[in-house]
Design a protein around this ligand. Structure first.
Ligand code: NAP
Length: 542
């Protein structure tokens, strides 16, 4: 290999959401020149695209945040327990303003290709306008739930009214008041959207295939006292996230298994925790809900009983009750009035799994085997190609011109979700086979690893790192073994995106490291301390 030519940037990152902003900060602090590109007209990533009514975080705001600036942590106050998309978007602007990240960000620029230049060890990155930029490190900050999954439904292009994916909500808003709305899909997005839309739409009809376990969110206004308590305890909050199995500031493990608890006590504990809201119902009740099938079933039965309490029509309640799969085999959504919405006269549920399968979208609505439902607006809340969708949508070519999307055709292997064999000097933030956890926590832990790796290369004058295939095989095998032991491995039965099983004509795969986010963060740290044994470092000829 010959020496690298002068490059436009030390690092190029794609995506100006939480990950891109944190990346820009950390690499700038490490002395690198960095440019973050985003095709959107604003920063925010998920929180720029997902503008559907009711869009809000499912993590509580006080730990769904970046922690690299003590000033930001102290000066920003969340108005609610679960901030809506507008507030989260404002927060990201606040972060960019406060930490002066704007000079590193280029918006309205879509990256369509990135090719590794093997002869001189650098990346050439191409925009949709045909501009080219070179960099030593190419980094995906494209998000792990960002690439919309568009179902292959007959006639989808024929509908005369507005029809769009939920994450491509019209950026200038959409007047749905007094309109008839059809929503296809019934995941976390619909769970948030339905209760808000139902308040002003003439009618909302939800087409559901698989019901979900929906747990209460319990929205709350942040009082000045609570805000102070949060700000006084940020060191503890950050440490809790870093040490939690899902990267959240929860008090778990609780040191109690359901299997060892008398049934009356189990019910008492479930009842006590249910009104507290959030994923705390799973993580702060018993430690064995995601590992023991019997304990999981007890929690699932409890949620089913709550659905029956909340939904007046027993037929609808039955249709909304998950069957035949464990809690967390699909990612459970949080409820802001979802079940109660079905008690309204203007909300309808259509079971398209068993009762009347969806046949087509027509010029005027949705055709099932039994009925034609007419609408003014159709929302495709059909989910995402998680983890792999966004990087695969870019023409990323590594050694010998190999395409990342071809590499991931049958399995989506990586080393700890941060790099991939045959793709030197490429980093991923929360790539496949990383944990699914509170995302800002995982993002920051990934970026610390990336920054430490780059610092080592600077210190020791390396030009190229090549991820070792053996390290990748070991990580993938380890991830698969852990996955197989969990109840989440049943996600392929119910199209869970956590296994890529929601993508038609594509093999389900092990997409997530389920050994615990805290364990994974330890492994990242161990890798740094051991000098990155997963990577082979190289100097180019002078
Ligand atoms: P999702 O959970 O994957 O749900 C997609 C829905 O579309 C499912 O009900 C699915 O049915 C249905 N569907 C897919 N293809 C279909 C087809 N061809 N015909 C009929 N129905 C079809 O997607 P999502 O609701 O957008 O949520 C995805 C993830 O994004 C969440 O799990 C969460 O991690 C994240 N998210 C987070 C938040 C938050 O934190 N606030 C909010 C929204 C989303 P099946 O289940 O039968 O496949």
């Amino acid at each position: 290999m010959s020496i690298q030519p002068p490059l436009d940037f030390d690092a190029i990152g794609v995506g100006a959401g939480f990950a891109g902003l944190a990346l820009a900060h950390h690499l700038r602090e490490a002395g690198l020149s960095i440019r973050i590109f985003d095709r959107a007209s604003d920063i925010g990533g998920t929180w720029t695209w997902n503008r559907y009514p009711g869009a809000a975080t499912d993590s509580e705001g006080y730990y769904y945040c970046l922690t690299f600036s003590k000033e930001v942590l102290q000066e920003w106050s969340w108005s609610q327990r679960y901030p809506g998309w507008e507030e989260t978007h404002r927060y990201l602007h606040f972060v960019a303003d406060k930490t002066n990240l704007w000079p590193h960000i280029q918006l309205n620029t879509e990256i369509v290709a990135a090719q590794y230049q093997e002869d001189a060890g650098y990346w050439r990155v191409v925009t949709s306008a045909g501009e080219q930029y070179t960099c030593k490190y190419f980094i995906s900050a494209m998000g792990m739930i960002s690439h919309p999954y568009m179902p292959d439904i007959k006639g989808i292009d024929t509908f005369k009214g507005p029809i769009f994916h939920s994450s491509r909500w019209p950026q200038d808003g959409l007047d749905y008041a007094g309109k008839r709305v059809g929503i296809i899909g019934c995941g976390a997005t619909t769970v948030q959207m339905l209760p808000v839309m139902a308040q002003t739409a003439a009618d909302v009809t939800v087409f559901q295939r698989t019901p979900n376990f929906v747990m209460p969110a319990v929205q709350e206004t942040t009082t000045p006292e609570r805000d102070k308590e949060i700000k006084d305890n940020y060191e503890d909050i950050i440490a809790k996230c870093r040490n939690h199995v899902f990267g959240m500031a929860f008090d778990s493990p609780v040191g109690r298994n359901l299997a060892d608890t008398p049934p009356e006590e189990v019910q008492r504990i479930f009842e006590e925790h249910w009104p507290r809201g959030s994923f705390r119902f799973v993580f702060e009740t018993f430690d064995d809900l995601l590992s023991s099938a019997e304990s999981n079933k007890a929690a699932a039965d409890f949620i089913a009983s709550k659905i029956k309490e909340k939904v007046n029509d027993p037929v609808v309640a039955e249709l909304l009750t998950p069957k035949g799969y464990p809690l967390f085999a699909k990612r459970p959504p949080l409820d802001h009035g979802f079940y109660e919405a079905f008690n309204r006269d203007n909300v309808h549920l259509v079971d398209i799994k068993d009762t009347e399968p969806l046949v087509a979208i027509t010029e005027t609505g949705v055709q099932t085997t039994n009925n034609l439902y007419e609408f003014d607006i159709i929302v495709l809340a059909t989910g995402f190609q998680a983890y792999t969708g966004a990087p695969e949508a870019v023409d990323i070519r590594g050694l010998d011109g190999v395409l990342l999307r071809d590499k991931w055709q049958d399995e989506s292997a990586s080393i700890m979700g941060v790099c991939v064999a045959d793709f030197p000097n490429l980093f991923l933030i929360t790539g496949p086979q990383a944990p699914f956890a509170n995302l800002p926590t995982s993002i920051e832990q990934n970026i610390l690893w990336i920054t430490d790796c780059i610092k080592k290369m600077q210190r020791e004058d390396y030009d190229v790192f090549a991820p070792r295939l053996q390290a990748q095989e070991e990580w993938s095998q380890h991830t698969a073994e852990i996955h197989a032991q969990t109840l989440m491995a049943q996600g392929d039965k119910v199209n869970s995106w956590m296994m890529g099983a929601n993508i038609e004509n594509r093999k389900p795969r092990v997409l997530i490291y389920f050994g615990g986010a805290n364990v994974y963060y330890d492994k990242l740290r161990e890798s740094v301390e051991a000098g990155f044994p997963e990577l082979e470092f190289e100097r180019l000829e002078a």
